[in-house]
Design a protein around this ligand. Structure first.
Ligand SMILES: Nc1ncnc2c1ncn2[C@@H]1O[C@H](COP(=O)(O)OP(=O)(O)OP(=O)(O)O)[C@@H](O)[C@H]1O
Ligand SMILES: [Mg+2]
Length: 316
């Protein structure tokens, strides 16, 4: 585990072998190339189901948009929960991310506005389930999404400050497309005894993508989610996570809060559904932490009453 971590967390190193592309070489400038738009591209990944990927994608994106940052959510899960959670009618769509990956449709042609200003989405549908088989034999099958995103950004059709991708609970070819398209990975992890299971596979996949295709890929942070501060187990697991991930464990902690589930069911971000809930406080803290990690020039002081402080107070 530690070996995996060391090589992934070492910034700016390309593990590419001679003759092998350490970073994407396409027609379109990528973030590491020193030209082109300064878009931050984050993928939310964990192949473990139900650990808060979608809830994090929706509320982080909405929180950034509420700070007047232009955000595109890319829904890479056939369950389409991010699309549904942002109020999109996925059953009436004429095009989706499936068409981008499989039918070579331009990304900007499938993007829809959400109910929130500055927040757009490239929605998903259940069609995406079959997409990985349909693209399996294509040349450059792992880079289809990356090429689409940068073609859109570099042709100035649409500009975004952040692109945030939500993945399905699987390390399949669609998720790999997300990892290849991203600069950084955000890993929500439920504070539970078995939460570290599967991390080795995830970290090794990230390492392989970084070495072979996308040298700029970095782990942005590990985010403890669905944290029940009343249980000793949650607190013990948190200590275990800190020991494993060290400074990569984010300061933000997302507490268990039923309002987060209610908000998604109503197609709204937590800030609109219940702005005074613990869910809104915790995601607001995360939004600030992500800004401070990715755009330090914009970082505001962390809000008062953060989850970390409250959990410390709750536990004396
Ligand atoms: N902090 C939280 N407190 C309470 N419920 C939560 C919290 N975060 C997420 N949930 C709920 O837990 C369930 C799983 O969350 P979510 O859909 O975000 O996970 P996921 O990792 O995207 O799942 P999947 O792997 O199926 O895509 C959902 O019903 C969601 O509303
Ligand atoms: Mg999900």
């Amino acid at each position: 585990m530690f070996d995996d971590l060391r090589s992934i967390f070492k910034k700016g190193t390309s593990g590419a072998r001679p003759g092998q592309s350490g970073s994407f070489h396409g027609d379109f400038s990528s973030p590491g190339s020193g030209s082109g738009p300064n878009t931050k591209i984050i993928v939310v990944v964990n192949q473990k189901g139900g650990c808060g990927k979608t809830t994090t994608c929706i509320n982080l994106s909405a929180g950034l948009a509420k700070k007047n940052l232009r955000v595109l959510v890319v829904d890479l899960d056939p369950q389409a929960h991010s699309s549904l959670g942002l109020g999109i009618d996925v059953y009436g769509l004429s095009a989706s991310i499936y068409d981008v990956l499989v039918k070579s449709k331009e990304l900007d042609q499938v993007i829809l506005p959400t109910y929130l200003e500055h927040l757009d989405i490239a929605p998903s549908t259940s069609l995406l389930t079959g997409a990985q088989l349909e693209i399996a034999d294509l040349l450059g099958r792992e880079s289809l999404l990356r090429t689409s995103i940068w073609r859109m950004l570099n042709t100035n059709v649409r500009q975004y400050d952040y692109v945030i991708m939500d993945c399905s609970p699987s390390l399949n070819l669609i998720t790999i497309n997300g990892l290849v398209a991203a600069q950084s990975v955000l890993v929500p992890i439920q504070a539970h005894y078995f939460s570290l299971e599967g991390m080795r596979e995830l970290l090794s996949t990230i390492k392989t993508v970084k070495e072979r295709i996308n040298a700029e890929l970095d782990v942005l942070g590990i985010l403890p989610t669905i944290f029940d501060s009343r249980t000793r187990m949650s607190r013990e697991v948190l200590l275990q996570l800190r020991e494993y991930f060290k400074e990569k464990l984010l300061k933000s902690i997302i507490r268990m809060n039923i309002k987060l589930a209610d908000a998604s069911a109503h197609g709204r971000a937590i800030f609109d559904y219940d702005p005074y809930s613990n869910g809104a406080k915790d995601y607001s803290f995360l939004v600030n932490e992500i800004i401070s990690l990715t755009r330090p020039e914009l970082a505001a002081p962390m809000p008062e009453g953060s989850a970390v402080l409250e959990i410390q107070e709750e536990n004396g």
